[in-house]
Design a protein around this ligand. Structure first.
Ligand code: GLC
Length: 618
């Protein structure tokens, strides 16, 4: 009897524990961190009731600072936001002070408006505060995807948010939760993975990093999940320009669109992301930025997204050949704020006319402004007791060793060891001589890739405080080790080992679309020259995507995919010399040939060189 009672008691205990656990999981997964944005609606409604139509439309307008020739436009049009596009820099240059002064100068103009609603300032902080000299530049998302480490991604974006806030700026057009299906696309590296589940998990972590648990925290930054939806699923050859893929047409049924491309929005909306950027691309021939089913039906009604939609840069223009018609279609479809870098006066006038003509109902305007103001209240922008100017006290940690340490850890964990014949790795720090070669061995700009200081990025010494692969090798090897360098790999005879850093030069968006992903001839030559010296050869590939390795794979004794690691090159040598064992796992399958590109598990004759998830260790 006693035993039976005890057994029953234990069973009840287990059920209670299990249900408590699942309840806690439900609670944590269901409720976004912090208060729901709609909880601010009472204050929003009170403010909305005071606003004129012109002031409402102003809130829905985001010009680019470089096109505001007369700063009084800010108060005259009562714009709700201003951005700096990829290369829209302060005229004084890209220093921390120049950016902070620019932000303060523009924000101060909002105090001259009737209602004094502060602007949100948006930038593409997509791998650190990458517009600003001296900022820590993190690995691009493709590398973060290979870490499979959500906690680390959250920490990366937490540090990024702090460096963004150091300039006063409060909005990052990140994370990109694209799920690239064809690595010929120039934006492949902006994606965490070809796999929706990896994107789902890391996108959510990124939003937590940027926004924290409370948008009103002065260290929180408004995140922006982008580019909704299917930006990474376009068909090769459908690109708007003749680049191949970028801004093209995603030709799949809705079930496939949801299965592959919606996952990052489900998870980031659940995580409380407060802005989302619709894509330039089309779905089955219809521009996403004018598709009401996608913008309103799925995002706002089905997923319950309570924040606001910000268009991409002039993306509304592509919705219809007639600009005014395009505005009407896009706003009625659910776009809330227009990124109108230059033609903001025309946009404002056209939208006002569309409302006067009854094409765009006032209720749609009120809904858009409600969504924008919810975010501003949630972020503390409407708090009259709080300065909206930059907190320059945050600048002491800008580019700090502590911040760089986070980036270095992300680099370590992002590296994928593809080959290690005869355990040539890890290298000995006391090797007599290490010969280094390759165009990417001593080039910080190539190591960072696009979206670094300039929109397209560029080769060379682009920002202070970084460490190239060559510098990192010199720093890690012993004082007795002779580290020599030749870009073309010649002169290596007699070295203990050769290290060749090759790959891609910087690009962004459609400029990175490629029909052929074979290595540049100079890269293949550098490896061949090194090999000819008869020494072990280690190849490090610094690229925005997998590339066709060809003979290099056999010539190399070891191959490491390092992606676009950013400024902290020492993260690479931590692995090279064995201070950290490689643990990265491919977030994209590695094609054997160009015929294999864009094939996926289940496709006929799918036969990658290295499968999704592949990665060796020591
Ligand atoms: C660009 C990109 C988008 C970026 C925006 C602002 O064209 O598509 O990712 O956030 O414009 O720079």
């Amino acid at each position: 009897m006693k035993l039976r009672r005890l057994t029953r008691y234990l069973a009840v205990l287990c059920i209670a524990a299990a249900s408590a656990y699942f309840a806690s999981q439900q609670a944590s997964s269901a409720a976004a961190p912090g208060k729901p944005l709609s909880s601010f609606d009472p204050q929003v409604k009170a403010l909305l009731a005071q606003m004129t139509l012109e002031e409402k439309i102003g809130q829905m307008t985001q010009p680019d600072q470089e096109n505001i020739k007369d700063l009084s436009d800010i108060e005259h049009y009562a714009v709700g936001s201003i951005l700096s596009g990829g290369s829209s820099d302060p005229k004084e240059g890209n220093s921390l002070q120049a950016w902070t002064d620019l932000y303060d100068r523009l924000q101060q103009h909002t105090a001259l408006t009737r209602l004094k609603i502060p602007i949100l300032y948006g930038v593409d902080a997509v791998h650190g505060h990458n517009n600003v000299l001296g900022a820590v530049i993190f690995p691009q998302n493709i590398g973060l995807g290979c870490t499979r480490n959500a906690a680390l991604v959250e920490k990366v974006e937490r540090v990024t948010a702090e460096e963004v806030r150091a300039t006063g700026i409060q909005w990052a057009f990140a994370p990109c939760v694209t799920v690239p299906q064809d690595i010929r696309w120039g934006r492949t590296y902006e994606g965490f993975s070809e796999d929706p589940q990896v994107v789902k998990e890391l996108g959510e972590a990124a939003v937590r990093g940027f926004q924290g648990t409370d948008l009103a925290n002065p260290l929180s930054v408004l995140a922006c999940a982008k580019h909704y939806i299917g930006d990474g699923g376009t068909t090769f050859g459908s690109a708007r320009r003749d680049t191949g893929l970028d801004q093209g047409d995603t030709r799949v049924d809705e079930a496939t669109l949801r299965r592959i491309h919606l996952q990052g929005y489900i998870s980031t909306v659940k995580a409380g992301v407060a802005s989302i950027m619709p894509s330039y691309s089309s779905w089955n021939g219809v521009k996403v930025s004018g598709d009401k089913h996608l913008l309103t039906g799925i995002l706002k009604q089905e997923l319950g997204f309570q924040g606001f939609l910000i268009s991409d840069y002039n993306a509304i223009d592509q919705v219809n050949p007639n600009y005014k018609t395009a505005i009407g279609i896009s706003i009625n479809a659910g776009m809330d704020m227009a990124m109108v870098p230059a033609r903001y006066k025309e946009y404002i006038a056209d939208l006002k006319q569309l409302v006067d003509e009854g094409v765009v109902p006032v209720s749609r305007i009120d809904d858009a402004v409600t969504r924008i103001l919810r975010v501003k209240f949630a972020m503390g922008l409407m708090d009259k007791n709080r300065s909206q100017l930059a907190d320059r006290g945050l600048q002491k940690s800008f580019g700090s060793p502590e911040h760089r340490a986070v980036a270095r850890q992300a680099v370590r964990e992002s590296l994928v060891l593809l080959k290690n014949k005869n355990k040539v790795l890890p290298l000995a720090k006391t090797a007599a001589r290490i010969h280094v070669a390759g165009k990417n061995a001593d080039d910080l700009g190539n190591q960072c890739g696009g979206w670094t200081i300039d929109w397209q990025g560029k080769s060379g010494d682009v920002t202070p405080g970084g460490t190239t692969v060559l510098a990192a090798i010199k720093g890690a090897a012993s004082a007795k080790t002779n580290v020599t360098f030749s870009k073309d790999g010649t002169g290596a005879a007699g070295a203990t080992v050769g290290v060749v850093a090759i790959g891609e030069q910087p690009y962004a968006e459609g400029n990175g679309d490629r029909a052929d992903l074979k290595l540049a001839q100079e890269d293949a030559d550098a490896v061949a020259n090194m090999k000819a010296a008869g020494i072990p050869v280690v190849v490090i590939l610094l690229s925005g995507r997998p590339m066709i390795l060809g003979p290099v794979l056999d010539q190399a004794d070891a191959v490491i995919a390092a992606w676009l690691p950013g400024t902290e090159g020492a993260g690479i040598t931590d692995v090279l010399f064995g201070d950290f064992k490689p643990k990265g796992k491919l977030s994209f399958a590695w094609p054997r040939s160009m015929e294999q590109v864009a094939k996926h598990p289940g496709d006929k004759d799918y036969d990658p060189l290295f499968r999704f998830g592949y990665g060796l260790t020591y």
